[in-house]
Structure formats: C-alpha cells, structure tokens
Design a protein around this ligand. Sequence first.
Ligand code: NAG
Ligand code: NAG
Ligand code: NAG
Ligand code: NAG
Ligand code: NAG
Ligand code: NAG
Ligand code: NAG
Ligand code: NAG
Ligand code: NAG
Length: 315
Amino acid sequence: MASRPSLYAFLLLLAFQSTMIKVNTVSLPPPECRPEVASTKEKFEFLLNLLIYKIELFLRSSIGRGINDISPGLVQGPVPIGAAVANLDNTTRKIIEEFGLASIGHLRVIINTTLLKAPIPMPLLDISAQTYNIFITIILNGTKKSTPSYNPYANTNSFLFAAVFASSFLNQYYAGIMPSIVGNDERQLLSGIALYEAGVFGALRAELNARVNLTVPPFNFTVGNLTNLSSQLANQLAGCVVKDEGVIVPLQLGAENRTSSNIVSGDVNSLAYARSAREILRIAFATGNATRPGGIFPRGLTGTLYRRILALKLS
Ligand SMILES: *[C@@H]1O[C@H](CO)[C@@H](O)[C@H](O)[C@H]1NC(C)=O
Ligand SMILES: *[C@@H]1O[C@H](CO)[C@@H](O)[C@H](O)[C@H]1NC(C)=O
Ligand SMILES: *[C@@H]1O[C@H](CO)[C@@H](O)[C@H](O)[C@H]1NC(C)=O
Ligand SMILES: *[C@@H]1O[C@H](CO)[C@@H](O)[C@H](O)[C@H]1NC(C)=O
Ligand SMILES: *[C@@H]1O[C@H](CO)[C@@H](O)[C@H](O)[C@H]1NC(C)=O
Ligand SMILES: *[C@@H]1O[C@H](CO)[C@@H](O)[C@H](O)[C@H]1NC(C)=O
Ligand SMILES: *[C@@H]1O[C@H](CO)[C@@H](O)[C@H](O)[C@H]1NC(C)=O
Ligand SMILES: *[C@@H]1O[C@H](CO)[C@@H](O)[C@H](O)[C@H]1NC(C)=O
Ligand SMILES: *[C@@H]1O[C@H](CO)[C@@H](O)[C@H](O)[C@H]1NC(C)=O
C-alpha cells in the first residue's frame, strides 16, 4: 500500500514526465528533418558545394566566366554542364555579376580559415536549361496543359528564379549550421558571409517582387505565381514543414498574419528558415531523396558529410 508521500512523489513524477514529453514533441522535428551530426569543418566543406554552384551559375550567366577564370587555383574539377550567358537586362546583369564575384571572396576566406586545401574539388554541376526544366515539369504536372519548356537563360524574369533558388539554399544552410559552429574565427566568418548572403537573397526577391505581375515567357502565368509554385515544389521535395514561400502569400504566411506581401520569407515570428544538408539535397537533386543524386548535382556532392549521408543511407 502506497504511503501518502510516495503517492505525491509518483504524481509529481508523472506531471514532470508529461511536461518532458510535451517539450520533446514540440521542439523536436521528425528524424528526417533534423540537422546532421557533423564537425564544423565538415559543415563548411558541404557548404562549399552550394557556394561553387551559386558562383558558377551567377558568373557564367552574367559574364560567361567561371571561378577558375577569375581566381585560378581555388577550385579544380569539371566545367558545369549546360552553362550559358543569359539574356538579362543590363541592370540585372550587373547585380548578378556583383553577387557572383562576392562569393569568390567567401570561397577564398572559407578555405583559408577552415584549413581546407585549395584547390577544392568541384562537384559536377548541371545548370542546363533541361535540368531546370525538370523542376518546372514537376511543378506543372498537376496542370493538364502540355508544358512549354523553361529556359532560365532566355530572359530576366526566368533567370531570377534560378538565381533566388541558389541563394536560398545558402541562406537556409547558414541558418541551420550557425548555432553549432565551433571556434571564434569560424563563427565570425560564418556570420559575415551569412549576413552578406541574406542581403543578396533580399535584393533578388525584391527584383522578383517588382515583376510580380509580369508573365514568365513562354508561360501563361506571372512571376508571382511561379514564386508560389516553386516554393511548393521545394517544400514537397524537402519533405519537412513549409520553409519556402512565394512573394505574395495568404495572410497567415505574411508577417504578423497581417500582410500578403512577403519579400523576405520567414516563420511565424519572421525568423529565417533553416534547412539541413539533407533537406537541401532532396531539393537540389529534384528526387526528394538525399542519397539519389540528380538535378543540379548529377553525381552528388564532394566532402565527408555527403559521403556519410550516403554511407548511412540517410535519404
Ligand atoms: C546594355 O549594355 C550594352 C553593352 O554594354 C549596351 O550596348 C546597351 O546599349 C545597353 N542597353 C541599355 C538599354 O542600356
Ligand atoms: C589567410 O589567413 C591569414 C591569417 O589569418 C592571412 O594573413 C592571409 O592574408 C589570408 N589569406 C587570404 C588569401 O585571405
Ligand atoms: C505526374 O503525375 C502523375 C500522376 O498524377 C505521376 O504518376 C507522375 O509520376 C508525375 N510525374 C512527375 C514528373 O512528377
Ligand atoms: C500587382 O497586381 C496587383 C493586383 O492587380 C496590384 O495590387 C499590385 O500593386 C501589383 N503589383 C505590382 C508590383 O505591380
Ligand atoms: C492564359 O491565361 C488566360 C487567363 O487565365 C486564359 O484565358 C488563356 O487561355 C491562357 N492561355 C494559355 C495558352 O493557356
Ligand atoms: C500563392 O498561393 C496562395 C495560396 O497558397 C494564394 O493565396 C496567392 O494568391 C498565390 N499568389 C500568387 C501570386 O499566385
Ligand atoms: C496567379 O496569381 C494571381 C494573382 O497575381 C492569382 O489571382 C491567381 O490565382 C494565381 N494563379 C495560380 C494558378 O496560382
Ligand atoms: C498567425 O497565425 C498562426 C496560425 O496560422 C498562429 O500560430 C500565430 O500565433 C499567429 N500570429 C500572430 C502574431 O497572430
Ligand atoms: C533513396 O534512394 C536510394 C538510392 O537510389 C534508395 O536505395 C532508397 O530506397 C531511396 N529512399 C527512399 C526513401 O525512397
């Protein structure tokens, strides 16, 4: 027979446990959406893949040159498949060139600070119109009309999507790893790079927003519609909660639930969204599976974290 004090102790324990359970279920995302265990150096190494993708896309489309043409010796590897100089308006071309060049500085300082050895091996990139068209084909599969093909290099409105896509991966990955970076130099480096990239993301989204009612040739929908559709696709492929949003959204996704304008996307408190390496892989591969390469990285990524994701079959 339980004495009164031990009954109290039991009830107290029960109350404590239910609090613990509540805290756990609220704060822990499902396993496939949690950040990977990795060292600071491995996180930077993973990041270099995304950075190289952004630089090659931005510089080849704006000025027809790659990283090795601008800063020889930093990277080594295959020239991207399907790169092309985009048919951009002059203002946009200057912006894209600037943002591409800036990331070369980021690449150089990451290599220097984290003691990764230059030349960094480049992943094989496929930035061809056909690859981007894979994403659009998935997006438009719901609609019955036969799909015209999407060419990001054909005009400014089309290119801005490809540009925002690349910048968004970087921002989301920075937001994911920032809290766990070890070392003062490394933390300072990451905050400097991440704040710069947040500026890039905002500037590009503002460019999209200025064109929100214009159509995206050869399609029959607006830039605003496409930001919606591409965000839905990213969320679907990543398989976690909503972390990508269009530039015009229902009120409940707008800041303080009071506005449909959404130039900078954010969570319920307008904090930047974080994505894990695997979430980004699922989107960039266009397969929804972090161990099944495709899309922009047809042979996968370089580095220890990616190899571990493969070895442990963390799809
Ligand atoms: C864009 O730049 C090119 C080359 O610099 C120049 O020939 C052209 O006139 C410019 N176009 C506009 C609309 O300023
Ligand atoms: C690399 O880091 C060292 C020490 O912090 C610095 O002196 C040097 O200028 C850096 N080199 C480059 C290329 O950034
Ligand atoms: C398109 O949708 C059909 C059924 O709705 C599905 O079987 C097919 O796999 C989809 N194709 C792509 C490319 O997503
Ligand atoms: C886009 O169209 C909507 C509705 O017609 C209008 O309220 C909005 O001001 C337009 N935005 C721009 C940037 O033209
Ligand atoms: C484009 O959209 C308009 C208005 O929604 C519609 O009337 C028209 O049939 C569409 N054109 C094509 C080619 O889908
Ligand atoms: C984006 O989708 C939401 C619904 O999710 C809708 O309310 C909004 O009007 C859409 N915006 C555009 C520009 O398509
Ligand atoms: C496209 O955006 C307009 C508002 O700009 C909205 O009324 C319409 O429903 C959207 N269409 C789709 C298919 O999202
Ligand atoms: C906005 O709506 C969401 C539910 O959609 C709610 O969780 C949140 O508290 C609301 N925010 C504000 C500031 O009212
Ligand atoms: C992911 O892809 C790998 C390799 O193709 C496959 O073995 C695995 O079953 C896939 N996982 C899921 C959840 O589809």
